[in-house]
Ligand binder design. Structure first.
Ligand SMILES: C[S@@+](CC[C@H](N)C(=O)[O-])C[C@H]1O[C@@H](n2cnc3c(N)ncnc32)[C@H](O)[C@@H]1O
Length: 249
């Protein structure tokens, strides 16, 4: 619970901090949704709502859900449109309704192990209307494992208004379990009050593009395209993320 709160508090400052990159990625997703005449979207593992808010502002009917209750509470406070519904929900368990598109951005599927992801893909497929889409991205294994420093590094040092944040990260990859574990140490300080020091770990299952392609085939889904999240050509050696566009039939 404490980790949930800290994570949602620092998320947009420390983890998902590039607003210009957000805009470009959201615009690329918008292009895909328009091309496929999508109307109703499930933003699955929505976090702070970066995609859900954007898409509901564009007139899409959006269900935004996340397992972290604190993200959901914060998102409810930011909601401007009634076409955005917001719920606590495990990504593996779709609600009892159909969507034209399921989105799960920023490597959210890494929170599922391989069996869980296979189950989830099968269930997501059944939650889609005809010609439905699934869009998610993963870290590009080749690039991320090459880039990880083997020392503790400063992930973020920032000051805004009266708030200062310094986040240290020490990351370790376990080849056997394929889990990347990031140990974060986050100093939060208001004015010159005594800083709070928060430690938390985030575990991510690192998938290769081949593993995902095989799971897509196994669940009877159709891979449409792999690109960079902004729409550029995916490069195994260089791209940081791989965005998958998948069709239900
Ligand atoms: C890296 S964040 C991405 C959030 C958002 N999609 C974005 O682009 O900012 C991963 C999210 O997955 C959520 N999450 C982790 N496990 C989950 C699960 N089993 N079901 C639903 N959400 C989950 C976390 O709470 C977190 O909000």
């Amino acid at each position: 619970m404490k980790d949930e709160k800290i994570f949602s508090e620092i998320y947009e400052d420390v983890i998902a901090r590039s607003k210009s990159s957000d805009r470009e990625i959201n615009n690329h997703i918008l292009k895909i949704l328009r091309k496929h005449k999508i109307k109703k979207v499930w933003d699955n593992a929505c976090g702070s709502g970066r995609q859900a808010i954007f898409l509901s502002n564009k007139g899409y009917k959006v269900l935004a859900s996340d397992i972290n209750k604190d993200f959901i509470k914060r998102l409810k406070n930011k909601r401007k449109h009634l076409n955005l519904r917001i719920k606590v929900r495990d990504m593996e368990n779709p609600p009892n309704e159909k969507f034209d598109c399921i989105i799960s951005r920023f490597n959210s599927i890494c929170h599922l192990n391989k069996k869980g992801l296979e189950t989830a893909l099968g269930r997501w497929k059944n939650s889609l209307n005809k010609n439905g889409l699934i869009i998610f991205d993963i870290f590009n294994k080749n690039r991320i494992l090459k880039d990880i420093p083997n020392y503790e590094f400063i992930q973020r040092a920032m000051e805004r208004d009266s708030k200062k944040i310094i986040a240290f990260n020490k990351t370790k990859y376990n080849k056997k379990s394929k889990i990347l574990k990031s140990n974060l140490k986050i100093y939060l300080q208001e004015h010159f009050k005594k800083p709070s020091i928060n430690k938390m770990s985030v575990k991510q299952r690192i998938y290769s593009t081949e593993e995902i392609i095989n799971l897509i085939k196994k669940t009877g889904l159709l891979l449409q395209e792999i690109s960079e999240p902004k729409g550029g050509k995916f490069n195994q050696g260089k791209s940081l993320f791989a965005l998958f566009i998948i069709k239900s039939n």
